[in-house]
Design a protein around this ligand. Structure first.
Ligand code: UDP
Length: 313
């Protein structure tokens, strides 16, 4: 198949693109390199078509696509908050443009949505039927509300234009090709531990997340895209093992025993969700999917990537 991956030079995109190429597909990447990088696609130059461009003003494509994975958007809080108007535009205008492209191409479309659409949830674990608890006017709103509006766009395209468009809600994910300067907790802790700097715990570190290894996510995304039952979602893709931020810090330090890093408390960012835990019953039932890689194994596969990114070895 000919597959377009928007945001294909980012962390998830770079992993997805490799898997799609391994499966023998033709891949085109559209990325504006706002948070993605050429480095993430190093070695694939001859194997894929790369277009530097923005989903809000897409180029005209001479050929049709069979599948569009729409990932383009900065996803780390410090990154998406740098220019919130742009983040909102990317999510809303960009998703509408990519849906129009899917409709014109006759392509099947997968939207990379997020657990952020649940906001600071009042229910845990979060089921897809939960509508969320989201601040519409806070510092995270450009992303949370943008991704919510994007889900609306996907579902409305399906209902009114007949576009075969589907939604996955991605929970915290980590692994190789994360930007060391991305600002998220797993990358920050590993980089800090490797450099011997203090691990920055925001708040008291009792807030929880569930951390999914990238290969599990990529498998779930492909299963969702390729399910022939026409199941459009939304479906949660995440690891239902819950860890506090302090537990994550302890695990990172256990796996980097040479680290001399201490823990250092910093203020908790505004609107930082206290808990995040996916209910994955629907993914199990509809996609026969569940994560296979636990936190310790996933971190062990991720630490060498960061070691190389930082120290070059
Ligand atoms: N966090 C932290 N130290 C860091 C970065 C993040 O304690 O250096 C916390 C953050 O406040 C949040 C959790 O870790 O409670 C996950 O943050 P991240 O930015 O990775 O993703 P989020 O789930 O908030 O989108």
């Amino acid at each position: 198949m000919h597959i377009l991956v928007t945001g294909g030079a980012g962390f998830i995109g770079a992993n997805l693109v490799r898997r799609l190429l391994q499966e023998g597909h033709r891949v085109t990447v559209l990325d504006n390199l706002e948070t993605g990088s050429h480095g993430n696609l190093a070695g694939l130059e001859g194997a894929l078509a790369f277009l530097e461009g923005d989903v809000t003003r897409p180029p005209s494509f001479p050929e049709k696509f069979d599948r569009i994975y729409h990932l383009a958007c900065p996803a780390s809080p410090p990154q998406y908050q740098k220019d919130p108007v742009r983040t909102l535009t990317t999510n809303v205008v960009g998703t509408l443009a990519m849906l129009d492209l899917a409709a014109a191409s006759g392509a099947r479309f997968l939207q990379a949505s997020t657990s952020e659409i649940y906001g600071d949830p009042l229910e845990s674990p979060q089921k897809e039927s939960y509508w969320g608890h989201v601040n519409p006017v806070g510092p995270r709103s450009c992303y949370d509300e943008g991704k919510r509006a994007a889900e609306t766009a996907v579902m409305d395209h399906g209902r009114t234009r007949g576009t075969d468009a589907r939604v996955v809600r991605i929970f915290n994910t980590y692994g190789p090709f994360m930007d060391p300067a991305d600002g998220r907790v797993v990358s920050n802790f590993i980089v800090q531990a490797l450099k011997g700097e203090p691990l920055t715990i925001y708040g008291d570190g009792s807030q929880t997340r569930s951390f999914q290894y990238i290969d599990d996510l990529v498998e779930g995304m492909i299963r969702m895209m390729e399910n022939e039952a026409g199941f459009a979602g939304p479906v949660n893709l995440g690891n239902p093992e819950e860890f506090s931020v302090r537990e994550l810090a302890a695990e990172v330090l256990r796996l980097i025993p040479e680290s001399k890093s201490a823990l250092e408390e910093h203020p908790l960012p505004l609107d930082d969700p206290k808990r995040r835990l996916p209910d994955i019953s629907i993914a199990k039932e509809k996609l026969d999917w569940e994560p296979r890689i636990n936190l310790a194994s996933g971190l062990q596969m991720t630490i060498p990537y960061f070691r190389k990114a930082i120290h070059g070895t």
